[in-house]
Structures are given as structure tokens and as C-alpha cells.
Design a protein around this ligand. Structure first.
Ligand SMILES: NC(=O)c1ccc[n+]([C@@H]2O[C@H](COP(=O)([O-])OP(=O)(O)OC[C@H]3O[C@@H](n4cnc5c(N)ncnc54)[C@H](O)[C@@H]3O)[C@@H](O)[C@H]2O)c1
Ligand SMILES: [Fe+2]
Length: 386
């Protein structure tokens, strides 16, 4: 089967190897003539960014580059990007990279025309309605990792340097107009990023599936996303730059995760956000560490559901079999088993326990997450106690 298609759910997705060649056309479709290409400083040095800029120039599109984005982007990255956007008289953003660059690009497109601070648009209630929607610039997204699904999402994550809190900013206008998913762009990911981002995709599907709300569409997408991770993540890691088929399936799983998590997320993300903000750990890898401990914590509420999922995955239809598979996948792909192995100490334990229930993702956890529960999961994840 050819791993290629044109999809319009949740947005227009041009999926398939080599389809980065369609970037100039996508930029025109999105109505841009002078885009700002936003990426991070590591990717800016790789040939794929220069090739994209050259392809745009050859098509008569004058794009400029902004690459002052760090992993786990901070507000000052966005402020600097907005200054570049205004100075260059741009009319849209090409968000190019992993979740960090995608989120930063989306936020620059969103915030360049707003008068309120970004923190006024946190994903709480209907705060997004405070924004001037007509001032949001169009976005074309090009993911180079397979994990966050930010390329098909209406949210972006940014760290507040003053409070050391990672905040989710939400506006429907941040959904990219066109997304190009070209798995060839992910072939050069360092193995740890392949694993970490794959764990993020898995965490999105799993938490969306377990969130206690009625959303059968999201559930269907989530379980197939988990199957794709099961069949392909270890393969993608072992195949390095060679297994384009496994990379394609992981790219699909990533965008399926973000599509599904419109339903909700849960304690994996609620804990991972403060840990990432305070310790600057990789988001997806941090999720991978927390996953079995959160599953164990939620067990009573999700046992039946997980047994159904396990059957779909070809495992014995039980919670225990699914948990065992998660542990096996983590071991096979060298995900750290404990927070200690992730180099996260105990010094912020109490603060993280206070912050986790405040994270907007906490509300989707099937068992209510208060500070005591967050502390118990944190301690279990430090000790490796299941
Ligand atoms: N918007 C959302 O819905 C959403 C969801 C989950 C996570 N996030 C956020 O996304 C960020 C994490 O994104 P990520 O996991 O994609 O990692 P990342 O974007 O931080 O990238 C990690 C590293 O990998 C490098 N890299 C990326 N693609 C590469 C490639 N193809 N080849 C070589 N190197 C490459 C980057 O330069 C960077 O150094 C976090 O800030 C997280 O909070 C957002
Ligand atoms: Fe995530």
C-alpha cells in the first residue's frame, strides 16, 4: 500500500514521502506572499531548511528565516519572532520543525496582531475569545519530528520564564491552513528524539482514550494511533535513517494523537509539563517515564477500557497485558524507567505536586488528580515503584 494521501480532517494534510516539494504551492494556498519561516537554531543548520527556502525562492516566494527558538520555547523567543515578523512585513508563517518550532511559529502568527499578553490566552474556559481572531496570520506547518502533533493542533506550549511554568495557549485560529507531513524529514532525528517524540504520540493517544468524556471519534482515532506506535516505534528507532515506512506510520500516529486529544489528556501530561518547565527535560521522553506509573494510578477507573484496547492490539485482553507491553516497549527503546534515570531530582517534588493539578490537562485524568495524588505518582516514578 502506498503511504500517501490528501486529508482534510482535522485540516488539509499533504501526507507522504517527498511531499515537501509541495511547500510553495501550500504557501500560496494559505494566501501568503511573504512568509516568515520559523524554525529552531539546530534545524536551521540542516540542509532541509535551506532547501525549503531555495524551493520557495525558485517559485518567486520571498521567505525570510527566523531561527532564534530554543527547545521548550520561552516567551522571549516569541517576542523576538514577532519583532522579526513585523520588521519584515510578513503575511504568514511557515512553522518548520519539532513541536518547539511549530508551537513558536504558531504563536508568532497568533500574537503578532494582539494587544494582550500571551498568558491571557491560556487554555482555560473561553479565554481564547479575548483574542482578535481577524489579526491571526495564516500558518503552514511542516513537522520534522513525529510526536507532538502540533502540526494539526489549535494549541501551543510556551514556558513563562518568570514563573517557570509551561502554559498551553489555545486559539482555533492557530490551526495550520495546510500541513505537509513528509516522513523523509524525520529520518535524521537523533534516536533519543525519535523515542521521545514517539512516546509523546503514544501518550496523546492513550490519555485521550482514557479521558472520561464521550467522544467516540477521538477514541477510534486513538486506538489506531496506539496500534501504529506498537507496530512501528521500535522499528523506526532500530531502522535509524533507513525505515521510511515505519517513519511514515509514526508521523501518522503523531497527528492522530493530537487529533484525538481534543477529547482531553491526563496526569501524564499534567506531571510532564511542570517537570519540563523546571528541569528542561524532553517533553515526550518525560511522558514515557511517567506512563506506567500513571496507568497504575488510574487502574481502577480504566481497567475495562484498557482490556478492550489490549484485545485490539492483539494482546491478552487485560490491563496487566497492556501495562506489560508499555514496560517492554520502554525497555526496548531505552526510555528511562525512573525520574532519577531522567536526571530529575527530588528538589522540586513538592512544587511539581502543587503545579500538576493546576495544569489544564489534569482535568482529563480518569481519577481526580490532587496534589497528594500527584506527589504519590511523582514518588513512585522516582523510586520505580509500580
Ligand atoms: N502543541 C501541542 O499540542 C504540543 C503537544 C505536545 C508537546 N508540545 C511541545 O512540543 C515541544 C517538544 O517538541 P518535540 O518533541 O517535537 O521536540 P523539539 O521540537 O523540542 O526538538 C527536539 C530537538 O530535536 C531537534 N530536531 C527536530 N527535528 C529534527 C530532525 N528531523 N533531525 C534532527 N534533529 C531534529 C531539534 O532541533 C531539537 O534540538 C515541547 O515544548 C512540548 O511542550 C506541544
Ligand atoms: Fe504531549
Amino acid at each position: 500500500m502506498q503511504l500517501r494521501g490528501n486529508w482534510n480532517y482535522p485540516t488539509a494534510v499533504h501526507f507522504g514521502a517527498g511531499r515537501i516539494a509541495e511547500l510553495p504551492e501550500a504557501v500560496r494556498t494559505a494566501g501568503m506572499r511573504r512568509p516568515l519561516l520559523v524554525t529552531d537554531s539546530v534545524l536551521a543548520k540542516l540542509s532541509m531548511v535551506m532547501q525549503a527556502l531555495n524551493a520557495l525562492a525558485a517559485d518567486g516566494i520571498q521567505a525570510a528565516l527566523f531561527a532564534d527558538i530554543r527547545p521548550n520555547p520561552v516567551e522571549s523567543n516569541i517576542t523576538a519572532g514577532i519583532a522579526a515578523y513585523r520588521a519584515g512585513g510578513h503575511d504568514g508563517v511557515i512553522a518548520f520543525g519539532g513541536g518547539s518550532a511549530l508551537d513558536a511559529g504558531k504563536l508568532i502568527a497568533f500574537m503578532h496582531g494582539q494587544t494582550r499578553p500571551v498568558w491571557d490566552f491560556e487554555d482555560i474556559g473561553d479565554w481564547w475569545t479575548r483574542a482578535n481572531a481577524s489579526a491571526i496570520a495564516p500558518i503552514v506547518a511542516v513537522p520534522t519530528t513525529a510526536g507532538t502533533g502540533s502540526e494539526v493542533g489549535r494549541a501551543a506550549v510556551v514556558t513563562n520564564e518568570a514563573t517557570h511554568m509551561k502554559k498551553i495557549i489555545f486559539h482555533p485560529g492557530m490551526m495550520p491552513k495546510v500541513t505537509i507531513c513528509d516522513p523523509e524529514l524525520t529520518l535524521g532525528m537523533p534516536p533519543i528524539i525519535t523515542v521521545g517524540t514517539g512516546m509523546d504520540a503514544l501518550a496523546h493517544c492513550l490519555e485521550a482514550y482514557c479521558a472520561p468524556f464521550y467522544h467516540p471519534l477521538a477514541d477510534g482515532i486513538a486506538i489506531e494511533g496506539i496500534r501504529l506506535v506498537k507496530e512501528n516505534l521500535a522499528r523506526a528507532v532500530k531502522g535509524g535513517g533507513g525505515d521510511i515506512e515505519a517513519r511514515a506510520h509514526m508521523m501518522a500516529a503523531a497527528l492522530m494523537g493530537a487529533t484525538a486529544f481534543q477529547k482531553g489528556l491526563g496526569a501524564i501530561h499534567a506531571l510532564s509539563h511542570p517537570v519540563g518547565a523546571l528541569h528542561d527535560t524532553h517533553h515526550g521522553l518525560t511522558n514515557g517515564v511517567f506512563m506506567p506509573y500513571v496507568l497504575a494510578f488510574n487502574r481502577t477507573a480504566i481497567e475495562e477500557q484498557i482490556a478492550r484496547l489490549a484485545a485490539y492490539l492483539g494482546l491478552k485482553a487485560s490491563f496487566a497485558a497492556f501495562l506489560e507491553w508499555v514496560l517492554q516497549l520502554r525497555a526496548e527503546t531505552a526510555v528511562p524507567h525512573t525520574l532519577r534515570d531522567l536526571k530529575v531530582g527530588n528538589e522540586n517534588g513538592e512544587r511539581i505536586a502543587q503545579m500538576a493539578p493546576e495544569d489544564p490537562t489534569a482535568g482529563g485524568n480518569p481519577v481526580p488528580l490532587d496534589a497528594a495524588a500527584a506527589r504519590a505518582i511523582f514518588d513512585a516514578a522516582r523510586a520505580g515503584r509500580l
